[in-house]
Structures are given as C-alpha cells and as structure tokens.
Design a protein around this ligand. Sequence first.
Ligand code: ADP
Ligand code: MG
Length: 299
Amino acid sequence: MVRNVAEVVAELDPEDVHLLSGIEHGMRFSEWVDRRKLPKFSRLTAEEVDYRIDRCERRGLLERKTIQYEGYKLTFEGYDALALHTFAERDTIEGFGAPLGVGKESDVYEVQSYRPMALKFHREGYTNFREVQKEREYTADKEHVSWQYTARKAAEAEYDALETLYPDVSVPQPIDHNRHAIVMERIDGVELARARLPDDQIVPLVELILDELAGAYEAGYVHADVSEYNVFVDEGGITIFDWPQAVSTDHENADELLERDVANLLGYVERKYPGAIRDGSPERVAAELTTGEFSGFDG
Ligand SMILES: Nc1ncnc2c1ncn2[C@@H]1O[C@H](COP(=O)(O)OP(=O)(O)O)[C@@H](O)[C@H]1O
Ligand SMILES: [Mg+2]
C-alpha cells in the first residue's frame, strides 16, 4: 500500500467518521450499502451524507456501484482508517511510521506509542473474497460474508493467543486491538530465513525455538504455521510471531499440527544447514514437546 492512511485519518472530520461507521454497519447486512440508508445508519442529514461521500471517496476510503441501486462499501483503506482512528482516540498510538513487512495476509507498520510498536492490519479473506464475488456476480446477499468479518476474526484470534502466551512464551507483547488490527510490541531482529547462523549456534537456537513451542503447548496452543518466516532471531534469543491460525491443544488435529510445525522447522534447518541436527525425527521431537520431555538434541 503506497498511500499513507495515517495522513488521511488526520484529515477526517467527526462527520466523515460517522459516515464510514454507518457504511461499516450496513456492510453487516449486504456487501453494498444502499445510499438511501446512509442518513439513518450514519445519523447525518442527506445533504451531509452527499458531502461526506464525496470527501471519503476522493480519499479512497469508499467504493461506489451504480448497477441495480446506488451502493457503497468501504475499501480496505477505509476499514484501516476506522481502526486507526479508534487507536488514536484511545491514545494507543501517536504516530504512524514505515512498513515493517507485507505478509501473505497482512500489512504491518511501525507505529509510535510510548515506545515503538508494530501495527498489523489483517487482510484474510480480502483476496479470496474478491474472487468469490466475481464468480457469483449478483447472487443473493444472504450468503455474504465480508472480508472484514474474516479479517476481524483473525485479528481477534491472534490477539487472544498473544494475551494467553505472553510473557511465558516468547511472543510479541500484545498492546491493543480493534476491528481487523492489532498493536503489539515491535520486535527487532531478522527472520530466521534471513539469519546466517554460525555452526555452533544452530542447534542451541533450534532447541530454543522448540522450547517455546513446548511452552505454547503447555499454555494450550499449537501455532500451526511455524516457518522460517514467522520466527525472529536477535542477540537476546528468538520470538515466534504470526498466531492467527493457532489452534487449541484440545483440537482433534492439534498433535498432528504440532508435528507439522516441528517438521517445517527441522526441514528448513536441514536444507540450510545439512547435517547440523543428527537425531531430528519430527515425530519423536513433537511427541516429547507435548509431554514436556524434550531436553535437546544429542551431541
Ligand atoms: N511485532 C513485529 N515487529 C516487527 N515486525 C513485525 C512484527 N510482526 C510482523 N512483523 C513483520 O511483518 C511481516 C508480516 O507479519 P506476519 O505476522 O508474519 O503476517 P502474515 O500472516 O501476513 O505472514 C513479518 O514477516 C515481519 O517482517
Ligand atoms: Mg508470517
């Protein structure tokens, strides 16, 4: 995303926020919100709605359609703007900074608070949703599940996991969440995928990651998306992030997912540092993690 949502948010009047919130409300019932319903949903006069639509559309916060009826929906920038506005009102964040990472299903930015933080906007459902809509054309709105809903659920799931795990497990400290966005501690360091580890540090580092996975299991979670891209490495140790898809250890596939996480990690290490780990059967290691018996690799 090139445009700076933060600048747009700073320019918004309270009435613009009412309009955007009104459209957000309407999107719970249909993908496109009928223009005639906007005065009621946003508690603005019809003239005020006209003026606010114009302003918000120019800023890329809304999308319009005119076939069948005149309707509006929020763009993801519009939804981002509402979340940012809420964080600013709560004094969770004071400033907006550079992108920290664009993931498969998120945009992450540095934000300023009493110390530097990371703000993650979830995008789950956004791309898929577009494809689904194209195929469906004008089918009934009944089946409509907005990408906002999917993204909001993912953000809630991630925030819940972080709140449970922090500080016993090495995860970013959760600070606040709203809609599809979460604010968390900003982690310095490099992704495991980009780290160049000296030979004598490979095994201890992998053991450290596995210990954290054991800690998460004990606290009731399996990450379920462990990869070299979701682990940060720095001098102080490691941090495991990106938890929206984490499953409860009560889940029927939990142990299978843990084994897959372990296999992903050990597989990566074996490809990048062949022979570094000699007794790394994912099945055995995962089983030991679930019982707290894992005590490291031999040799
Ligand atoms: N707490 C954080 N501190 C610093 N950078 C982060 C933080 N969380 C995420 N990032 C950066 O943003 C990228 C995407 O975040 P991630 O949580 O992995 O989302 P995705 O599900 O899209 O992969 C990461 O690869 C990382 O570079
Ligand atoms: Mg990721």
